[in-house]
Design a binder for this molecule. Structure first.
Ligand SMILES: NC(=O)c1ccc[n+]([C@@H]2O[C@H](COP(=O)([O-])OP(=O)(O)OC[C@H]3O[C@@H](n4cnc5c(N)ncnc54)[C@H](O)[C@@H]3O)[C@@H](O)[C@H]2O)c1
Ligand SMILES: N[C@H](CO)Cc1c[nH]c[nH+]1
Ligand SMILES: [Zn+2]
Length: 435
């Protein structure tokens, strides 16, 4: 990890210190994804089979997972894993139900009722990554809020292995959350299939879920086409920023950094501390712990684009963190809640020594599908609201219109929209004549 002194940097140096790993093949990636999307739009299922053979090295007969495959998947799983999946699903459900929006109704003036009602998005498409590691936890994070929202049809895509099967735990988690159809599809082709529909895959209104650069680029492309699909957010390579003070446990901090570094070579992890001694200890611990990891090679590549940054104070650490807008922010400081108030931009925050980021990934109950790459400045993580539309409703009595009609008429006149004005004044005149 590169060691940096924040206060020795000029403005450009600071921007470089917080730069995400450059998507250096950006134009190549854009064009490659665009070609895949066109292939799927034009040739549908045939293209999906060819692309799966090319990128996932699997020969698919049926694209959809059949009932007996779900049954076999469930039977093959360790009972302890099934229990953990159900336990996690229960807590995710508890939190997401509690955090769900409620319908609202208010009288904004006598006789003027304004409401907000919630309606589920009808057909949604979920993407569960499985390239480098299958993520059944992501199936829970996406499937549970979709079920709470009441979406009519929930479709899920996850890449198949070379034997043409999806990961058994992903299938178990998908079925547990009530997903209606699962397809053995990955990458940009899965996103294209759900956005535009094929003979096998239903066209979805909105797509959800994280993924690698191809998946994220495909989501961005289909969301910019009028006949494509809406998306939850750009959720790309995982990242974490830790703020730690001198009292933090260096082994805990190192483990948290490595937990996100092991996701992929394009992950990025950052430590900010006002203590040079803590930075030294964590640097040493990261080396020591990394060597023991099965995914050490992947983590090392992520660490090569990661940073240990010395700051003057914890207040400055908060400023730097807000500027970076991390997907995950861990506050391993003596009184973490004291810093929380200053946090303006982060996907999810983890307070104190006993809150590893991994619990948010799996089972505290919060959602792990979160904005990356600085998008936490303007996006939030997935929630029940992500699967809903908020529709406003208004109803006026005659007295209500008498009361607020003149206001509307004045504004319409100022905007020189005569038909708008008359829609009000006509009624006001009618009310006058009825007296
Ligand atoms: N931000 C979040 O909330 C969040 C949550 C979980 C995971 N993640 C991230 O999701 C990502 C998962 O990535 P992954 O690769 O393991 O799985 P993935 O399922 O996203 O990608 C695998 C697919 O990529 C496609 N692909 C691979 N190489 C390709 C190529 N050269 N050209 C075209 N397509 C190609 C293949 O079709 C394959 O099916 C990781 O970066 C992880 O950090 C993010
Ligand atoms: N940390 C990932 C989100 O960036 C989510 C995840 C799933 N499994 C393990 N981790
Ligand atoms: Zn993770």
């Amino acid at each position: 990890m590169k060691r940096i002194d924040w206060n020795a940097l000029d403005e450009q140096g600071r921007s470089e210190a917080l730069a995400r790993p450059v998507q250096s093949r950006a134009s190549e990636l854009r064009e490659g994804v665009s070609r895949i999307i066109t292939e799927v739009r034009v040739r549908g299922d045939a293209a999906l089979r060819e692309l799966s053979a090319k990128y996932d090295r699997c020969a698919l007969a049926a694209l959809e997972v059949a009932d007996d495959e779900f049954t076999a998947a469930e039977a093959s799983l360790d009972p302890a894993l099934k229990t953990a999946i159900r336990e996690a699903a229960g807590r995710i459900e508890t939190f997401h139900r509690a955090a769900a929006l409620q319908p609202v109704g208010v009288d904004t003036a006598p006789g003027v009722r304004v409401e907000c009602v919630l309606r589920p998005i009808q057909r949604v498409g979920l993407y569960v990554p499985a390239g480098s590691a299958p993520l059944p936890s992501t199936a829970l994070m996406l499937g549970v809020p979709a079920r709470i929202a009441g979406c009519r049809e929930v479709v899920l895509c996850s890449p198949a292995r070379a034997d043409g099967r999806c990961d058994a735990a992903v299938l178990y988690a998908a079925r547990l959350t009530g997903v209606h159809k699962v397809f053995k599809l990955g990458g940009a082709q899965a996103i294209a299939a759900m956005a535009y529909g094929t003979a096998s895959v239903p066209k979805c209104d909105k797509l959800f879920g994280p993924g690698n650069a191809w998946v994220t680029e495909a989501k961005l492309q289909v969301s910019s086409e009028p006949d494509g699909a809406a998306i939850d957010m750009p959720a790309g390579p995982s990242e974490v920023l830790v703020i730690a003070d001198v009292a933090a446990n260096p082994a805990f901090v190192a483990a948290d950094l490595l937990s996100q570094a092991e996701h992929g070579p394009d992950s990025q992890v950052i430590l900010l501390s006002d203590s040079a001694a803590l930075l030294d200890r964590v640097e040493h611990e990261v080396e020591r712990q990394c060597a023991e990891l099965p995914r050490a090679e992947i983590a090392r590549q992520a660490l090569a684009q990661s940073r240990l940054i010395a700051v003057a104070s914890l207040a400055q650490a908060v400023e730097v963190s807000n500027r970076y807008a991390p997907e995950h922010l861990i506050l391993q400081v003596t009184v973490p809640r004291r810093l929380l108030e200053g946090i303006a931009c982060a996907g999810s925050v983890f307070l104190g020594a006993w809150t590893p980021e991994s619990v948010g990934d799996y089972c505290s109950g919060s959602n792990h599908v979160l904005p990356t790459y600085g998008h936490a400045r303007s996006y939030s993580g997935v929630s029940v609201a992500s699967y809903q539309k908020q529709i406003t409703v208004q109803e006026l009595s005659a007295d209500g219109l008498r009361g607020i009609g003149p206001c509307a008429a004045t504004l319409a006149a100022a905007e020189q929209l005569e038909a708008h004005r008359r829609a009000v004044t006509l009624r006001l005149a009618e009310l006058e004549s009825m007296i």
